[in-house]
Design a binder for this molecule. Structure first.
Ligand code: ADP
Length: 272
């Protein structure tokens, strides 16, 4: 590990594993085991949430902000389910890393992120503007880096769920933006976001319109091409680059050796 003067690890990689169902955790863990660099894993939970919500008969409700961002309406019952889903996915990832020979360490308790609850959310519900007051989503305020750093210093891999601690209990935060905040706080070299697409498409869903390189100065354009949940990945990329991370890549988590492929230049690379 290369310690930098500012307390970071110069070759640290933050890996965000998308939560949508179908990403092969075994292949991702095996590929991670081939990396000779320190690693932090941040994961999503959307696939598991969908499954648990269906099993428990709790409908999933999505809110659309006036700026077009989509997020989960997290009332109290949904929050409880989210905490359960996050713990399950987190444990599975730690288990798959262990099977691949990587000592992973869960950051479910205590949580590594801190956030402030959004008490009044402006959203369009069925096209109409409304104020939502029963939501347990948070705006990320900071990262408690000490625990992450000591895990990394011990040669282990922190595994972080998309939840943040607050005075209102655990809050729902976006996984991509959580990964960006952690990458910036730990002064990571790069952030790799593995998802169920090949990268950012200029004309979604046309795969031939894959964007390969995107300088930070043109991120506003990228944000227009992104729809739905891809918008937050672009926002996360922007936050990470502004926070000093050298590059952010979005790569295809469904393929063989997904990390190696993305690091070799496949997918979309956002750079300073
Ligand atoms: P994850 O669970 O991996 O974080 P999300 O479902 O949150 O993934 O976001 C990825 C999704 O974003 C893709 O499956 C795709 O449906 C959608 N998407 C919207 N616009 C674009 C775009 N311009 N390029 C690529 N994907 C896009």
């Amino acid at each position: 590990m290369n310690e930098t003067g500012s307390g970071g690890l110069s070759d640290l990689l933050v890996l965000k594993i998308g939560g949508a169902a179908g990403l092969p955790l075994v292949a991702i863990a095996q590929d991670a085991a081939r990396l000779a660099r320190p690693l932090v894993v941040v994961h999503g939970v959307s696939g598991r949430m969908k499954q648990l919500a269906e099993e428990r008969g709790l409908p999933e409700r999505m809110l659309v902000s006036p700026s077009g961002h989509h997020y989960r309406h997290t009332d109290e019952a949904t929050r409880a389910l989210l905490v359960e889903a996050a713990a399950q996915v987190n444990e599975e990832i730690v288990e798959q890393l262990r099977a691949a020979g990587i000592p992973g360490e869960s950051f479910v308790e205590p949580l590594a992120l801190r956030a402030k609850r959004k008490r009044a959310i402006r959203a369009l519900v069925e096209g109409r503007p409304r104020i939502i007051r029963d939501d347990y989503s948070g705006v990320i305020q900071g990262v408690t880096v000490e625990g992450l750093r000591s895990t990394l210093a011990g040669g282990r891999v922190p595994v972080v769920p998309p939840l943040a601690a607050s005075e209102d209990g655990p809050l729902n935060v976006d996984g991509d933006r959580a990964a960006a905040a952690i990458a910036a706080a730990l002064k990571a070299e790069g952030l790799l976001i593995l998802s169920n697409v090949r990268g950012l498409y200029r004309r979604y869903p046309e795969e031939s319109s894959l964007v390969t390189k995107m300088p930070a100065a043109r991120l506003a354009e990228a944000s227009e091409w992104a729809q739905g949940r891809m918008k937050r990945k672009v926002l996360g990329a922007q936050e990470a680059l502004t926070g000093g991370v050298r590059w952010v890549r979005i790569g295809d988590g469904r393929r063989e050796r997904p990390i190696a492929a993305a690091l070799a230049g496949e997918g979309t690379c956002f750079h300073a």
